[in-house]
Write a protein that binds this ligand. Structure first.
Ligand SMILES: *Cc1c(COP(=O)(O)O)cnc(C)c1O
Length: 342
């Protein structure tokens, strides 16, 4: 199939419509069969549950062209499961996990010409989401829902190489101890926008949230988990209030089985930050963004990791190269990680 005539390497991370989206509706207690549609708009009640009480959950995934020209996606079963869990927490009828994976593969296939070529640095970003579509005015779950999958080509996350970013120790809280921090819901993002706009104004790239209860432990940023390197150990956060990142869990596996590192998933006190050699944020969008420093703007203290502010640390770089190699087909993948579209 002919690819779209696009300057792939000039794409940024913004939305543009592709050919088809997938849509399935939940009505009278069941999900319908689902279809691919060219209609990129939604018509629904002005009183829809999602508009009144933010009943929505989502996922973020990518499709790539491998070195040998196959179109693949990465561990969609993990996103299917996470969206299932997210939906249950918000009293939404979960979309069946096998149908989720099928819908993702169908949608990628229908937008094949939009999957960027190997080596362009660009990928097809996939956004599955679900929301309460029927009218709700008294506080209650909606009765009708829509599950939708949209796709959009996005450029290389790092234009001109991956420069380490600066984190601000957040002055706000992200996730309450028994709240919704562990699910992928739009509401977690709505309330993080003020903090991120503030941080940007102050010259930081992201907020690093401490745990809300004690404010002494590292949690994650608004949209990415955090990883550290200390000698030959890969250290990451164990907490019930962070989002279980598919990228982070994959990196733990890569660290242990491909790079021979020790892996620790545990509580990380803020006071330990100066002891780490390297730091990175991980998520589907960037895979890993190297972190140069963390600043406490209240006390004025700043921790600069040993890898410095100029380039990705060597171990984070190896992790990045190995995981992206697995995704692009240049390094053999663990069984079940790569789903082929064609
Ligand atoms: C989506 C997300 C991540 C990254 O998860 P991946 O599955 O790796 O994309 C991390 N933290 C939060 C809060 C997120 O919403």
């Amino acid at each position: 199939m002919e690819k779209q005539n696009i300057d792939w390497s000039a794409l940024d991370f913004s939305y543009r419509e592709t050919d088809k989206s997938y849509v399935s509706n939940f009505k009278n207690g069941k999900w319908d069969d689902g279809v691919l549609t060219s209609d990129h708009t939604i018509t629904m009640s002005e009183c829809a549950g999602v508009l009144q009480y933010s009943q929505s959950v989502f996922e973020g995934m990518k499709a790539y062209t491998t070195v040998d020209g196959r179109i693949v996606t990465f561990r969609p079963d993990q996103n299917a499961k996470r969206m299932y869990d997210s939906a249950q927490r918000l009293e939404m009828p979960p979309f069946p996990q096998d149908r989720f994976v099928q819908a993702i593969l169908e949608t990628i296939k229908a937008n094949e010409s939009w999957v960027p070529p190997y080596g362009s640095g660009a990928t097809l970003y996939i956004r599955p989401y679900m929301f309460g579509s029927s009218a709700v005015i008294g506080v209650a779950p909606a009765e009708e829902y829509q599950f939708r999958v949209i796709t959009t080509p996005v450029g290389p996350y790092f234009k001109g190489g991956a420069k380490p970013i600066r984190l601000k120790l957040a002055e706000f809280d992200r996730a309450a101890p028994r709240g919704t921090g562990h699910i992928k819901a739009g509401l977690n993002y709505a309330m993080s926008l003020h903090a991120i706009v503030q941080a940007h104004k102050e010259g930081f790239n992201e907020n690093l949230y401490p745990d809300s209860r004690t404010r002494t432990l590292v949690e994650e940023t608004g949209g990415a988990n955090i990883i550290f390197i200390k000698g030959d150990t890969f250290v990451t956060v164990k907490s019930p209030t962070i989002l279980p990142s598919v990228t982070r869990r994959s990196l733990e596996y890569v660290a242990e089985h491909y790079l021979g590192l020790k892996v620790e998933e545990r509580e990380i006190p803020l006071t330990e930050l100066p002891e780490f050699d390297e730091c990175g944020l991980c998520g589907t969008a960037a895979v890993i963004s190297p972190v140069g420093s963390v600043t406490n703007t209240v006390t004025g203290e700043e921790v600069v990791f040993k890898s410095g502010m100029e380039k990705m640390g060597p171990t984070i770089k190896k992790l990045y190269d190995t995981l992206t190699g697995i995704q692009m087909g240049t390094i053999e993948a663990p069984e079940g990680w790569i789903y082929e579209v064609k």
